[in-house]
Design a protein around this ligand. Structure first.
Ligand code: NI
Length: 163
């Protein structure tokens, strides 16, 4: 089932999500719906709170296959790269965001098995973007105060014009 995507300024995007303790039927269904929703929206990644569920689940496909990370924990961030980033919760907005070049990430897979992986480049960027969502942060929060205000104003004006 394709789920509606919550767009800024929906409050759930600012909410910290909760850890998943067990993969039950409900979580299985949520994961399947998120997969369907992400591909239907042509998104490269998706976090559970973007579809209204405050749980620590993210997924992405950087063109090398689908990855699902539950309770992700990023460590060992190395390097810095600035690149333009968009977000399904900010339709039409694209801003330059500084992200680590390489990361390590611990997570649980959809079978409930603990894993660890290294990621770099686009994969590292998407994981950091989606992990920010799970922490209640959006791409606007990567900006300094003044640039955040101006990007926010521009975005809100644009979505208002579209209504
Ligand atoms: Ni996003």
């Amino acid at each position: 089932m394709i789920l509606p995507i919550k767009t800024y300024p929906d409050k759930i995007l600012k909410q910290k999500t909760k850890r998943v303790e067990k993969i039950d039927k409900e979580i299985e269904k949520l994961i399947n719906d998120m997969i369907e929703t992400m591909y239907a929206s042509n998104g490269a990644g998706l976090a559970a709170n973007q579809v209204g569920v405050a749980k620590q689940i993210l997924m992405f496909d950087n063109g090398k296959g689908l990855k699902i990370l539950i309770n992700p924990k990023i460590s060992n961030r190395r390097g810095k790269v600035i690149a333009a980033e968009g977000c399904l919760s900010f339709p039409g907005l694209e801003i330059p965001v500084k992200r680590p070049e390489k990361i390590n990430v611990e997570f649980m897979d959809r079978q409930g098995i603990k894993k660890e992986m290294k990621a770099e480049g686009l994969a590292a960027r998407i994981i950091c973007h989606e992990a920010d969502h799970l922490a209640g942060k959006t791409i606007l929060d990567t900006l300094g105060f003044i640039r955040k205000l101006s990007a926010r104003r521009k975005y809100l004006k644009e979505i208002k014009n579209r209504e």
